[in-house]
Each structure stands twice: as structure tokens, then as C-alpha cells.
Write a protein that binds this ligand. Sequence first.
Ligand code: PMP
Ligand code: GLN
Length: 382
Amino acid sequence: MSITSKLPEVGTTIFTVMSKLASDCDANNLSQGFPGFECDPTLLDFVDKYMRAGFNQYAPMSGIPVFRERITEKTKLVYGIELNSESEVTVVSGATEALYAAVTAVVTQGDEVILFDPAYDSYAPAVKLNGGVPVYVSLEMPDFSVDWEKVKSAITDKTRLIMVNTPHNPSGYVWTHDDLNTLVELIEDKDIFVVSDEVYEHITFDGRKHLSLLTHPILRERTFVCGSFGKTFHVTGWKIGYCLAPPQLTEEFRKVHQFLTFSTATPLQYALADYMSEPSRYYSLPDFYQRKRDLFCEGLKETPFEFTPAQGSFFQMVSYGHLSQESDYDLAVRLTKEIGVASIPISVFFSDKKDHKILRFCFAKEDEDLNSALNKLKTIRL
Ligand code: PMP
Ligand code: GLN
């Protein structure tokens, strides 16, 4: 028996590859994006409380009502947007599920989907598995901003969806008001939906504010906003997130979610609902991560790398093309094996796998881990 693969070009993700290599080499793992520290023990106490109190059976398909209510309150507090928690909020098993379900809800055979290049690795497979055709628009180096003329030329009668990611992984670029407004100008008179991946919504730096696509009335009507509690509360292994979308879109989204995972871990939802009753728990995130970004960037100054401090996310990119022609993949592997610091070669995020001589480091780690990695990076030869 043989299988005709729907994703012939897909192998094991670079995150798995580099994390395994980091572990094999006992390296500082600044590759895969996950916090290297524990979440607040209060959150664990809440989970324990609900598990022991018997909240261990299926949750409602769309999410526990009080949890959806808390997500609605957060959206009001942070963005000033009123959502209906019954008809516009769905709890999902991680943003990856939200992205997949949103794409599945709107993309049919032959539809074109605009993806910014480089993009997070799950977007193109989600589009292809639904019979869609990814149309790539390359982001502008060195800051990975959007060239809107390129987007304009990529739009055709077949364009059904645009996938946005702000703050952006891997670059940290944060969308501006101009970005939102230009997107509106380009699509307002067309039947084009938007999936907005906002998993790093609470991680922006230097006073920058994340602009959710929800905040623009025209975008709000046609956008699925995907969020993740993994990033916000340091629990990536819990795989819990949400999708915010207008009622008609949510209805279609839930049809997919219903048969993808049906519902999401019950005690986690109750625990997170209690935890979110204190808004400082998400409002404190920019300061918490800016200190880490600054610590990491200060140390990077003593390495041969060139970089501009990230605007958002918990990733810092560095370039080395001025010093060496070694491929980013080879360098990432060599640094892990030779000095014991693992990173992600960002060529993997590009549709054509082009090597721009850039590595991505995750600074969501203990200070001790970051300092140890920096001391090693200061010794490298390129
Ligand atoms: N989108 C982006 C841009 C990400 O970086 C990640 C995870 N690191 C996800 C989506 C997936 O989030 P989750 O773990 O909640 O599925
Ligand atoms: N989003 C994480 C990153 O960019 C990885 C998540 C995963 O391993 N799928 O590093």
C-alpha cells in the first residue's frame, strides 16, 4: 500500500529538529519558541482545584461560558472592542487549530490565499490541505515590513483569503495603523477574508501597541483573529487558544472545530478564566519580556552578529552575511554542536527556502540561560 501525500514537501519541522539537537548536545535551547521557565504557581493551583473538584469531562464545544466571557472582557479592556461571547468567541486547542479551522471554513478548491513570506510554518500546509493555492508576497528586508504595492499586484479574482501575523514570527515586526488602513483600502470592495494570527498580541516593546485587526470596523467584519494562551501565560504545552470572529464566520468556524477537536480541556478553561480575572497578569507581559529582550540584545553587542532589536514577539533575529557565507542551517547546527547554543535558521520560514544568513533566537528563557548562551556566542568565529 502506498500513500499519495497531500504534503509531499513537508518533513519534520525545524522546531522539532533543533530542539532535539539542542537536547542531544546539552545546548542552551534558544531555538523552538517556548518559555524556559514555569508559569505562575497560582495558575497551577487553579487547575489542580478544578481537576480535583471533578471538572474533567467534555467542555461545551465552543468553550466554557465564563471563560469566553473573560476573553470578551480582555478584548474590551485591551482593544476597547465589545464582542458577544456567545456568538463571536470560540475556545480552541491552540492557535494552530484556530488557524487551520479558519482556513478550512473559507478556503475551497482553487482559491488563492495570500501569505506573507516568510511565514509561520503551519499556514501553507493548512491552505494546501484545503485545496487552496498559496500566493506569496515577500516582506521587505531588513525590517520585514509589507510592501503594499506587491500585495495589490498579488490580488486576483481568485483571492479568497489573506493571512496576517502581527507581531510577526520570526521577525517581530509589528503592524502600524498605515498597514491596517492600506489592507482595508485593498480589500474593502472585494470578497476577501482575513485570518489574523495575533498570538504575540501581549508582547510588544518600546511603547509600541499591538493593533488587533478587530479594531478596524471593516476588518472586523471579515477577520478571524487567532490567539494563544500558551504565549501569554507561559504554558505552550497546554495548547489552548481562541478564535474571535463575527457571528456568521464563527458559525462556519465552529462547524470545523466541532469535527477537528470538538472541545478543549475543561479544567484548563476554568483555571484560565479565574486567572484572567486579574488583568495585570496579561498587562505585565510587555515589561516582563522587554527586560529579557534588552538583556539579550545588550549581550549580542559583544558578538559578531548584526541586529536591530525586535519590535515584538519573543524572538530576536541576527544576521551574519557581512562575515560569512556559511548557510544559516549549517551555522545553526554548528553553533549547537560546537558551542552549545541552538537557534533557528530562518530560511525554513521562506517559501523558496532562500538563505538570507539570518538566525532566530528565542529569548523567553531564564536570565541565567540567556547569559550562558551569550557568553558562548561571544566566543564564536564566523
Ligand atoms: N502562530 C505563531 C506565529 C506561532 O509562533 C505559534 C507558536 N509558536 C503558533 C501560531 C501556534 O500557537 P499554539 O501553540 O497556541 O498552537
Ligand atoms: N511557534 C514556535 C516557534 O516558532 C514553535 C511551535 C512548534 O514547535 N510547532 O518556535
